[in-house]
Design a protein around this ligand. Structure first.
Ligand SMILES: Cc1cc2nc3c(=O)[nH]c(=O)nc-3n(C[C@H](O)[C@H](O)[C@H](O)COP(=O)(O)O)c2cc1C
Length: 148
């Protein structure tokens, strides 16, 4: 299995918690991975031969959390075309807001523009329905991990 890079964007810690739980799950499965802190992302382009997983909540009006926004902009303005990159996205949101999971949709659009390929459809977790998003995210990732 290729190395997995886990990235998260959070305002109040939920996406960080979900990403940490995915990291624990991957450790249990002996899957090589690295959980990035948002501060580590400056200047980092996801390697095309490794899997990128992003867990990101939405804030404002479907916006990205402050700490991951600079990296998003960096990818948008400076990243090369990444046609061999595979990625998976987990969005945390709340359907009572006008733009549900807007932040992860922004990543989806950007990565598609960069030519990358999703390993499976983006998981969008609604806080009004998913009370244990870390378990849903783990199940979503296990579908990929066990298919390898
Ligand atoms: C001020 C504020 C703005 C939010 N805006 C949105 C939004 O536009 N769209 C959405 O789907 N969820 C929105 N949410 C819901 C959060 O994304 C959701 O509660 C998420 O689980 C928070 O995760 P975090 O702690 O990692 O930031 C908002 C929450 C807050 C507190």
């Amino acid at each position: 299995m290729k190395n997995i890079n886990l990235v998260y964007g959070t305002m109040n810690g939920e996406a960080k918690f979900v990403a940490s739980e995915l990291s624990n799950y991957l450790t249990e499965k002996s899957a090589h991975h690295h959980l990035y802190e948002p501060i580590e992302l400056s200047g980092w382009t996801p390697p095309e031969n490794e899997l990128l997983i992003i867990v990101c909540s939405s804030t404002g009006y479907g916006d990205l959390p402050d700490e991951i926004y600079p990296w998003f902009l960096e990818l948008e303005t400076k990243a090369p075309y990444l046609p061999k990159l595979e990625y998976g996205l987990v969005g945390l949101g709340d359907s009572s807001y006008d733009i549900f999971c807007g932040a992860i949709v922004q990543f989806e659009t950007l990565l598609a523009d960069l030519g990358a390929t999703a390993i499976q459809p983006t998981l969008k977790l609604d806080a009004t329905e998913h009370y244990a998003p870390e378990r849903d995210a783990e199940k979503w990732l296990s579908d990929y991990v066990t298919s390898l």
